[in-house]
Design a protein around this ligand. Sequence first.
Ligand SMILES: Cc1cc2nc3c(=O)[nH]c(=O)nc-3n(C[C@H](O)[C@H](O)[C@H](O)COP(=O)(O)OP(=O)(O)OC[C@H]3O[C@@H](n4cnc5c(N)ncnc54)[C@H](O)[C@@H]3O)c2cc1C
Length: 503
Amino acid sequence: MQENIKKILVVGGGTAGWMTAAALSKIIDKRFCAIQLIESDDIGSVGVGEATIPIIQMFNKLLDLDEDEFVRKTQGTFKLGIEFVNWTNIGQKYIHAFGEVGKDMEAVQFYHYWLKMAQLGKAEDLRQYSIAGVAAEQGKFMRPFDAGNSPLSNIAYAFHFDAGLYARFLKEFATTRGVQRTEGKIAATDVDSSTGFIKSVRMESGETVEADFFIDCSGFRGLLIEEALHTGYEDWSHWLPCDRAWAVPCENTSDPTPYTRSTAHSAGWQWRIPLQHRVGNGHVFSSKFMSEDEARSILLNNLDGKPLAEPRLLKFVTGKRKKIWNKNCLAIGLSSGFMEPLESTSIHLIQSSIGRLMSFFPNKSFDQADIDEFNRQADFEVEKIRDFLILHYHATERNDSEFWNYCRTMSIPPELKQKIEQFQKNGRIFRNSNEMFSDLSWLEVMYGQGIRPRGYHPLVDRMPEEEIMKRLDSVRRVIDKSVDYMPTHAQFIAENCKAEKVY
Ligand SMILES: Cc1cc2nc3c(=O)[nH]c(=O)nc-3n(C[C@H](O)[C@H](O)[C@H](O)COP(=O)(O)OP(=O)(O)OC[C@H]3O[C@@H](n4cnc5c(N)ncnc54)[C@H](O)[C@@H]3O)c2cc1C
């Protein structure tokens, strides 16, 4: 008879801990398996992580959340993509917009037709063929609805939210479904010397908390996965050299934009995340190329409005834990590794670890083959995201600082090199298995970063140029008309999910 897990201990109450506890509480009946979460108010959480990608809607569906209530309670706004400013060269910008670009024609992807016309100098900017791109530019937003073939049926979006309020929202969700919350500091971890499995954690208060399965959501330090189990860390900072971020909220001075902005500076970049009650900002930079003081003053000089707090410095090493599941401990969130927030992927990685955990949910024997497969899948996912992030730094024309010279000329992972070369040759982009970013995301960023293919799909030439132009123009007209129909982002929020005013 197999012996089931009777007790799960989640260590940490940041975004990772509460997302995990909320999802487990929804799926697992507490009579079957008890769930406890320990967090320390003294230590607190990282308090950043406010931009997401569309797949978070699946997480909300899993929890059966009312989306309007969720947005209201987290001072949230909607996100249609990320605008990248000064990444290719100073003064240039592009958008990585969510969702579809154009409409595929006669079994060939739309973007190949667009590529041909762009090479002939006849096509508009790529953003003009994406409903999310045009809506973002015009500050419009609405949720998709059943509008037949119209692009209004297909608006992909994500959220911006206040990280502290999000954790509070999920805490309420999880604790009302039976998750036991314990406040206090863990002082030590007891590991069984014969098996290497974690037996319990000891609180500063002297209390011992036992469990069968431990989920380490303790943040960068990896209290269980690293400090207790010494799992090891793979460092990727030679490819992603930023290792610090100053973060500061500031006053809103205008209606919130329905997109995140990422502005490149001379040794990193700055995020701008508009919420209902404030704007979240941060300057991610490399301490090898810029001092902390200089990075701080660049951030403060580039805010929309008055700062609402003192800037906070966060330090990190880009990379991943060698095994995110080790023995009876699974690391979720920052304890599993970290890649900078350039494409808002960390919260997604929390979500996907939770989803993967559901597929590989263990019993007390902790089958090693299952754990190995879990780790293999997790590694694959994170390495593909890593390559996508490296692309932003490497494919640049900037030569105005040591930092950009380093990034532009550094050697890159072979698979990424091959992907870029393939695109340069004939415009083809292959999605590797179920890697997270779609071919359209790769297209928008590769093209946006200045990579220009020499060719396009040969079957495009079956269609006369005038016919292609007619169809491209028609796509644009339909998108423009659809965006005309949409309310502004501010109107949409006011009518559906206005949060309480914060003074
Ligand atoms: C600069 C920056 C910007 C980011 N921006 C984004 C973004 O835009 N989008 C995105 O998806 N992600 C972003 N992230 C990542 C995101 O913030 C994290 O993935 C997310 O917040 C999860 O953090 P966490 O819960 O793993 O860790 P934390 O928030 O650090 O939580 C750790 C928890 O463990 C507890 N703990 C630690 N030690 C002990 C102990 N000894 N005893 C008891 N409790 C303990 C703490 O009290 C806390 O509750 C960003 C990260 C950084 C650093």
